[in-house]
Design a protein around this ligand. Structure first.
Ligand SMILES: NC(=O)c1ccc[n+]([C@@H]2O[C@H](COP(=O)([O-])OP(=O)(O)OC[C@H]3O[C@@H](n4cnc5c(N)ncnc54)[C@H](O)[C@@H]3O)[C@@H](O)[C@H]2O)c1
Length: 312
């Protein structure tokens, strides 16, 4: 006996809604499927292939470029310093710590350390002037300086929030501004990579990050605003959103709440905590000419946490 589909009245009403696709755009239209010959009416500017003819490895090279990296004394920032040097780029490393956790003189490129608090505008301006005088130019900037506060919404004080906002939002904003001013004055274009966080996309198991997440959300929307405003200057702006990455920052959160150690490896679908080197490939790409058409984008590097969880 053939099946009879019995639709409820409400569904049948819906099914009478007219379909608005005009005939010209239907998949049966010869205009859509005709692949016999390129249209003679395409303007010459469309037919010209203006792509970069260099090899991919040449486009990925950072040789001759100067990259400023904030928060570069340790953790994700330090791994990025090493990755930029490996790609042949010179690095200006900014951090509040007395010295970086690695010897910059062994990197094989020009690398200088500037002890700088990103929340102090006078110091920042002096540092960027010094970088321009030491390196002669600024091509790229990565803002990795950041702090976290993992505690209940009800326990956040005004002071806690102000500190988070100053380092994570104002520090990021003004480092990006000073770097972009140098790029504008050189008329060279450039790339800004702002380090956001998975915490700007979703709440994380066991952690309470209401203001930290808000600061990283601010960084992501700042990126979109800047990507559009700076595109005419050929300055590209993107964010990377790390998930759980093994650094002093995650260790600090886990010492306060040891259950987090197992969450870090069990919550991401990939089944492990991330390492700082998991971040470097994407940032290297974003800093290089290989990403010359990429701006206004966020790259989540989360072991799949961005898509969902397989365990608590
Ligand atoms: N580790 C993670 O799981 C994770 C996840 C998402 C996002 N992030 C972000 O990645 C970035 C790097 O974090 P990390 O995990 O390497 O942490 P980290 O604490 O090891 O490194 C942060 C660095 O920023 C520096 N810093 C802090 N305040 C500063 C200031 N006022 N001026 C200059 N430097 C300052 C610190 O001294 C430190 O070297 C941060 O922005 C963080 O929010 C980290």
């Amino acid at each position: 006996m053939p099946f009879r589909i019995i639709r409820p009245q409400s569904f049948r009403a819906c099914s009478r809604v007219p379909i608005f696709a005009p005939r010209a755009f239907s998949i049966h239209s010869p205009r859509c499927i005709d692949s016999r010959a390129p249209s003679q009416s395409a303007p010459a500017s469309f037919r010209k292939n203006g792509g970069d003819k260099r090899s991919l490895s040449d486009r990925m090279s950072l040789k001759g470029k100067t990259t400023v990296i904030t928060g570069g004394a340790r953790g994700i920032g330090l791994s990025l310093v090493e990755a930029v040097a490996e790609a042949g780029g010179n690095v200006a490393v900014l951090d509040v710590l007395e010295k970086p956790q690695a010897d910059l003189s062994t990197l094989g490129v020009e690398a200088h350390y500037y002890r700088t608090d990103v929340t102090n505008m006078d110091v920042l301006e002096k540092t960027f002037r010094q970088i321009q005088s030491d390196f002669g130019r600024i091509d790229n900037c990565v803002t990795a300086a950041g702090i976290v506060a993992d505690k209940s919404f009800f326990d956040h004080s005004w002071d806690d929030c102000e500190k988070l906002l100053k380092v994570n939002v104002l520090g990021t904003f003004f480092c990006a501004q000073l770097a972009a001013k140098a790029m504008r004055d050189q008329d060279s274009g450039g790339s800004l990579v702002l380090i956001a966080s998975i915490a700007s996309h979703l709440a994380l198991p066991l952690q309470r990050l209401p203001m930290y997440g808000a600061t990283k959300g601010a960084v992501r929307i700042m990126m979109k605003q800047l990507a559009v405003e700076l595109a005419p200057l050929n300055i590209r702006v993107n964010t990377v959103s790390p998930g759980f990455i093994r650094t002093d920052m995650t260790e600090l959160c886990a010492t306060q709440q040891p259950e987090l150690y197992s969450v870090f490896s069990s919550a991401p679908p990939i089944g492990r905590i991330g390492e700082t080197t998991d971040i470097t490939g994407a940032v290297h790409y974003l800093l290089s000419d290989a990403s010359s058409y990429t701006t206004g984008a966020d790259i989540p590097i989360t072991g799949g946490l961005i898509a969902g969880r397989i365990a608590n």
